[in-house]
Design a protein around this ligand. Structure first.
Ligand SMILES: Nc1ncnc2c1ncn2[C@@H]1O[C@H](COP(=O)(O)OP(=O)(O)OP(=O)(O)O)[C@@H](O)[C@H]1O
Length: 738
C-alpha cells in the first residue's frame, strides 16, 4: 500500500470509530482490556527486538489486540505491513478475524482476512491474515521448495511478510513446536521479519530462552468473575430441587448474603494493604467478626485475590490454618488463574504450601453431606465415562434457575457429543421454540462451526456441545454457563512397541482454567466441573507436548521437504522438546517402506507428492494410487475412516454381537471378500443409497452402523476430495473417476 492510501485508510478508520455508537462502545471495551496499557510498550519493544514474547492469562486481549497494535503503529509511521497470525485451530483463525473486523468497523476480507484449509477471505490486500499453524507451515516449507527450484529473491513469500504472530504456543501442538524450530532458523536470514510469540503464563521463560532470551512482556489476565462448582456441589444443587442455586441473594448454597457494598470495599482495601504493606490485622479482623463463608472466601473485586491467597503468598501459616479450619474454599482462583496453592509455590512458602496441599488431599468435599452424596454417586457410576444423565439434569436445573445465557458443554469427542445430543433431543430439550442444541467439533464444516457464534432468537436457550476446540482463543459472547466434563481425547504413543492410541483422559489444570474462562469472557459466569475437588487437586499442571505423544511420520516428511539435505534426527533435536530417538527411527522406517525416502534418507519424487497432502503419508499414498487405478471413491472412504473411525459399533448382548458380525460379513461379501476394509466401503455406499431413499435409520440399525460416523465420513470425504483437486491431483471435473 502506498503512503497516501495508508493515510486515507487511517483517517477513514478514525472517523468511523468516533462517529459510530456501536464502535465507540466496542472501543471503550478494548481500552479496558489489561493489554491496553501495554500498547506502547509492545510497539517499542518490537522496534528494538526481532522476537518478543507476550505472556498473559486468558482474556487479557492478546489475540484480538496485538495484531491491531502492530498495524496501527506501523501505519502510524506511514508504512505498510503484512502480519500473519497463526492459530492452533480453524475455528479460532476464522472467528478472531471476524471479531477484529467488527472492532474496526469493516467486513472480514478487507484489512483483516483469514486462510484456513479449503477456505479463505481476503488475501493479498489484507494487512492482517489469520491462518492455522498448518497453513503457515506449508508456506514456510513451500518457500524452500520454490527457492531451491530456481527463483529470484523477489519470489520469496517471506520477503513480503513483516510480522509473524504465533498464538497459543503453550498448547504445544506438534505443528507449532515444529514451526518454532523452523522460524528460529529462518530469522537470521530475514532481518526485516519480526516474530511475536504469544502464550499463557506457562513456560514463558523456557520459550524466551529458546529464542535467545528474547524480551517477555507479562500481561495480567482478565475475565469477569466466574463462580465455580465441583461435582460435590453439583450433586447437592441437583438434590435441592426447590432452591435457586443462581439466586444473587444467596451465595450459591443457600446462605443469606451479608456483604454490603461497604463491607466489600473494606475487604478490597484490607486485601490490598496486606499484600502491599504486610499489614494483616485489618483483614484478620474483618474475617473473624463472623465465620461466614461469604467473607472468608471473598475475592477482591478487581484481582480475584482471596484472604487465603494473601496468607499463602506471605507465608502467614497461623492465618492459613485458621482459614482451613473454617472450611475455606482452596480451589478458588484469582483473575490470573492462580490458586492459593499456586501462590504459596510461586513465593516459595514451603510450609504454607504443604499445609494447604495436605488439607486439599484430605478433604475431598466441603461438607459431610456433600461427601456422602459424592461417595454414593461415585459408587454408582464409572467416573471415566460421560454421565449424560447428570449433564441433562444439570442443564435442566440451569434452565430452571436462570432466564438466559448460552450454555457451553465440554465433552471429549464426537461420540459423546452425539450421545448427549440424542439424549437431549429425546426429552423436552427437543422443543426448538425454547432450545437450540448445537454441536462443535473440528471435523464439521466451518459453515456449521460458525453457527455457534450466532445469537439464538429471544426466549431460545442456546446449548453448545463441544470438544476442546472451544477452549482457547474462541469467544462465544453469549456463553454464561460452562459445564466441564473434565475429559478430553488425547493421543499417546509408545515408541518402543510402536503402538499409538487415542483415548479419553482427564484434562490438565491448564485446560480446566481455560474452560472456566469461557464462562466469563463478556459477563460474569458460572462453571460446573463434573469432577470432585479431590480430583481437581490431583490433575497435572499441563499436558505433555504433542510431539512426544504421537508417531511423527508426517513431521519427518515435512523436515525433508523443508531441507532435502538435512538429517531428520538432527533437525528434530532443535525442537523445544525433541521426540525420543526410537520415535524418529520408527517414523523413518515407515517412510522408507512407503517409498517416500530412500534407504539413505533421501526424499523421493513420490515422497514430495505424499507430503503435499494434509493426511498421513500412507493415507496419501492410498489416495494417489486410488487415482492412478481409477478407484478413488473407495479409497476416499477408507482414508476418512482411517483418519476418523470405523463406522461399525459393537452391541453388548451376545446374540446381537453375532448378528453384528454377520451383518459385517454380508456387507463385505457385496464387494466379493471378507476384509474389514471392504465392509467399511460397502457400508458407506449402501448408507448413501439408503439415505437417498429415506431408509437411513433402518439401514443403520440392521447393519449396526453409527449414523453420526457416516455423516462425519461423508463431510470429510468432500473436504479431502477438494484438497486433491486443489493440489492438481484431480481435474476439477472428476466424472471420469469411478
Ligand atoms: N467475538 C467476541 N465478541 C465479544 N467480545 C469479544 C469477542 N472476542 C473477544 N472479545 C472480548 O475481548 C476479550 C479478549 O479476548 P482475546 O481473545 O483477545 O483474549 P486472549 O488474551 O487472547 O485470551 P485467550 O488466550 O483465552 O483467547 C474477551 O475476554 C472478550 O471480552
Amino acid at each position: 500500500m502506498q503512503k497516501h492510501d495508508i493515510a486515507k485508510k487511517v483517517k477513514m478508520l478514525t472517523s468511523k470509530l468516533n462517529d459510530t455508537r456501536q464502535l465507540r462502545k466496542i472501543g471503550e471495551g478494548r481500552s479496558k482490556l489489561p493489554i491496553a496499557s501495554f500498547k506502547d510498550h509492545i510497539s517499542s519493544t518490537l522496534e528494538n527486538h526481532q522476537v518478543v514474547l507476550i505472556s498473559g492469562e486468558t482474556g487479557c486481549g492478546k489475540t484480538t489486540q496485538v495484531p491491531q497494535y502492530i498495524l496501527d503503529h506501523v501505519w502510524g509511521k506511514g508504512e505498510s505491513c503484512k502480519i500473519i497470525c497463526t492459530q492452533p485451530r480453524r475455528i479460532s483463525a476464522m472467528s478472531v478475524a471476524e471479531r477484529i473486523s467488527v472492532e474496526r468497523g469493516e467486513t472480514v476480507g478487507d484489512t483483516v482476512g483469514y486462510k484456513i484449509r479449503l477456505e479463505s477471505k481476503g488475501g493479498k490486500n489484507s494487512s492482517i491474515m489469520f491462518c492455522t499453524n498448518g497453513v503457515l507451515l506449508r508456506v514456510l516449507i513451500g518457500r524452500v521448495t520454490n527457492i531451491s527450484k530456481r527463483q529470484r529473491a523477489a519470489d520469496d513469500v517471506i520477503m513480503g511478510i513483516t510480522h509473524i504472530i504465533v498464538d497459543e504456543i503453550h498448547e504445544r501442538d506438534r505443528f507449532s513446536d515444529f514451526m518454532l524450530a523452523i522460524l528460529r532458523d529462518l530469522l537470521p536470514m530475514y532481518p526485516h521479519l519480526h516474530l511475536v510469540l504469544m502464550s499463557a503464563t506457562i513456560d514463558a521463560e523456557r520459550f524466551s530462552q529458546y529464542f535467545n532470551g528474547c524480551p517477555v512482556i507479562q500481561v495480567p489476565g482478565h475475565t469477569y468473575p466466574v463462580k465455580t462448582f465441583y461435582l460435590e456441589d453439583v450433586l447437592s444443587i441437583l438434590q435441592s430441587v426447590g432452591d435457586n442455586h443462581l439466586n444473587p441473594e444467596t451465595n450459591g448454597l443457600g446462605l443469606d448474603s451479608v456483604l454490603t457494598d461497604d463491607y466489600k470495599s473494606s475487604m478490597d482495601e484490607a486485601i490490598s494493604i496486606a499484600l502491599v504493606s504486610d499489614e494483616f490485622d485489618p483483614l484478620i479482623e474483618l474475617i473473624s467478626i463472623e465465620q461466614n463463608p461469604e467473607i472468608f472466601n471473598y475475592q477482591h473485586s478487581e484481582t480475584g485475590v482471596t484472604p487465603l491467597m494473601v496468607f499463602a503468598r506471605k507465608g502467614q501459616l497461623g492465618d492459613v490454618c485458621m482459614l482451613l479450619s473454617f472450611g475455606v474454599d482452596c480451589s478458588a482462583r484469582d483473575h490470573d488463574g492462580k490458586s492459593a496453592l499456586d501462590w504459596a509455590q510461586q513465593e516459595n512458602q514451603v510450609e504454607a504450601y504443604e499445609v494447604i496441599k495436605k488439607h486439599m488431599d484430605c478433604s475431598p468435599a466441603k461438607l459431610p453431606e456433600e461427601n456422602e452424596l459424592l461417595k454414593k454417586y461415585l459408587a454408582t457410576i464409572n467416573p471415566e465415562h460421560i454421565d449424560t444423565v447428570l449433564i441433562e439434569r444439570l442443564l435442566r436445573k440451569i434452565c430452571t434457575d436462570s432466564n438466559e445465557g448460552a450454555i457451553l458443554v465440554f465433552l471429549p469427542g464426537w461420540e459423546d457429543i452425539n450421545q448427549t445430543r440424542e439424549r437431549l433431543l429425546a426429552s423436552s430439550f427437543r422443543d426448538s421454540s425454547k432450545f437450540l442444541v448445537l454441536s462443535l467439533h473440528s471435523m464439521i464444516p466451518s459453515s456449521e462451526q460458525k453457527k455457534v457464534f450466532k445469537r439464538a432468537p429471544a426466549g431460545v436457550r442456546k446449548i453448545i456441545l463441544s470438544t476442546n476446540i472451544a477452549e482457547t482463543a474462541v469467544t462465544i459472547d453469549d456463553v454464561v454457563f460452562v459445564i466441564d466434563s473434565g475429559r478430553m481425547k488425547e493421543k499417546s504413543y509408545d515408541p518402543y512397541n510402536n503402538v499409538s492410541t487415542l483415548h479419553t483422559s482427564w484434562v490438565s489444570r491448564a485446560n480446566a482454567r481455560q474452560r472456566e474462562g469461557r464462562a466469563g469472557r463478556c459477563q460474569p459466569g458460572t462453571c460446573y466441573h463434573l469432577y470432585s475437588r479431590f480430583r481437581a487437586a490431583s490433575l497435572p499442571e499441563f499436558q505433555i507436548p504433542e510431539i512426544k505423544r504421537m508417531p511423527i511420520e508426517e513431521l519427518c516428511l515435512q523436515v525433508k521437504l523443508l531441507d532435502p539435505n538435512s538429517k531428520i534426527a538432527d533437525f528434530l533435536k532443535k525442537t523445544l522438546d525433541p521426540p525420543v530417538t526410537e520415535t524418529v527411527k520408527n517414523a523413518i522406517t515407515v517412510l522408507q517402506d512407503l517409498g517416500a525416502l530412500t534407504q539413505n534418507e533421501q526424499l523421493t519424487d513420490l515422497g514430495e507428492k505424499l507430503g503435499s497432502l494434509p493426511v498421513h503419508p500412507s493415507t496419501s499414498k492410498m489416495l494417489l494410487f486410488g487415482i492412478l487405478m481409477n478407484c478413488l471413491d473407495p479409497a476416499l472412504t477408507l482414508a476418512c475412516a482411517a483418519d476418523y473411525r470405523d463406522p461399525f459399533f459393537l452391541p453388548m448382548a451376545p446374540d446381537e454381537r453375532k448378528r453384528a458380525a454377520a451383518a459385517k460379513v454380508e456387507l463385505a461379501s457385496l464387494y466379493g471378500g471378507y476384509s474389514d476394509q471392504l465392509a467399511v466401503v460397502a457400508a458407506f455406499d449402501c448408507w448413501t443409497c439408503a439415505k437417498v431413499n429415506g431408509q437411513e435409520a433402518l439401514f443403520c440399525s440392521k447393519y449396526f452402523v453409527a449414523s453420526n460416523t457416516m455423516n462425519m465420513l461423508s463431510s470429510m470425504r468432500k473436504q479431502l476430495h477438494s484438497e486433491l483437486t486443489q493440489r492438481g491431483f484431480l481435474p476439477a471435473d472428476t466424472s471420469a473417476c469411478s
